[in-house]
Design a protein around this ligand. Structure first.
Ligand SMILES: [Fe+2]
Length: 306
């Protein structure tokens, strides 16, 4: 069957059958995707049993809530970022803190505080290295943005996120920090570790078929926003992780790997009220000003809320 014949068939199934009001955008996307899928079925001679296996896989991935993990694992979430970068560059927006993927584990409603927050509940203090991270939120002109909103979330030492991992306390390792009058934020937490896709999940099952691992290097997620500025979705990576440049979700980027200082001086440790060495990271965020020329930076998607 030729591509033209396939296009005629798909048009007959979808466009010509419309009787009621049509959402033109939805119709456009569905016609394209169904047509492309039919072409792939034809080109690859996909057999009915293979087709149903694929459909069953997607159903199971949805039922297990793993589609949000599959999208970054196949590079699709990274692709959306590449396109957003391209659109911004075209609109003349360059520089600033690089964006990277959100992932599926944000939870809205974390406790808010001014200038500083401690993220961890202390339950892993025995095994963890304490982390202090601080910096300034700036605009593209380099000027600080007082009152900027820094939403931060990361996993615990087992690689699990609170809310999704019900064994953790409410909002453990999740906070919203409002930058002070000088645009400064500071947080205390624990150095997170890397993690991997659930080994018995649908994402890892597919990765196994592709000969790929499902590991992410240690990282911390951020949403940074301020009045009149484009919202930034990003992460920083913890330098030194073995998967730093081999992330299954393709989220590592130059500019998002700040140096980690491991502080061992007894005086400095005592000054922080600690008993053991701690880690320190300085990181400034730089946002772009709102502009009607670039596509909306706020991404609408269903997110958990607690
Ligand atoms: Fe993550």
């Amino acid at each position: 069957m030729t591509y033209n014949e396939i296009d005629t068939l798909v048009k007959g199934w979808i466009i010509d059958k419309a009787e009621g009001p049509v959402n033109a955008r939805v119709q456009q996307v569905v016609v394209r995707l169904v047509g492309d899928l039919c072409k792939a079925i034809a080109d690859l001679d996909i057999q009915p049993s293979e087709f149903w296996k694929g459909l069953e896989y997607m159903s199971e991935a949805g039922a297990r809530n793993e589609l949000g993990l599959l999208a970054p694992g196949l590079g699709l979430e990274r692709f959306l970022d590449i396109r957003a970068d391209e659109a911004e560059a075209k609109a003349g927006l360059t520089g600033g803190t690089p964006r990277t993927i959100e992932g599926p584990l944000y939870v809205a409603g974390a406790p808010e505080s001014q200038g500083y927050a401690r993220l961890d509940d202390g339950s892993e203090s025995d095994q963890a290295e304490v982390l202090f991270m601080q910096g300034t939120v700036r605009g593209q002109d380099g000027q600080p943005l007082p009152g900027a909103r820094v939403e931060v979330w990361h996993c615990n030492l087992l690689g699990n996120y609170s809310f999704f991992d019900k064994s953790q306390s409410h909002f453990n390792l999740r906070r919203t920090i409002i930058a002070d009058g000088a645009g400064r934020y500071q947080l205390r937490s624990i150095l997170p570790v890397g993690y991997a896709c659930p080994p018995d999940g649908t994402t890892q099952r597919l990765l196994d078929q592709l000969g790929r691992h499902g590991h992410r290097p240690a990282h911390i997620h951020f949403f940074v926003s301020a009045a009149g500025q484009r919202k930034l979705t990003t992460q920083i990576n913890i330098d030194g992780d073995e998967y730093l440049w081999d992330d299954f979700a393709f989220a590592s980027r130059e500019g998002l790997v700040p140096p980690v200082r491991h502080v061992t001086s007894p005086q400095q440790i005592a000054a922080k009220g600690l008993q053991s060495p701690y880690a320190e990271i300085d990181f400034d965020f730089q946002l772009h000003a709102e502009t009607p020329v670039a596509p909306e930076a706020v991404v609408e998607r269903v997110r958990a809320a607690a």
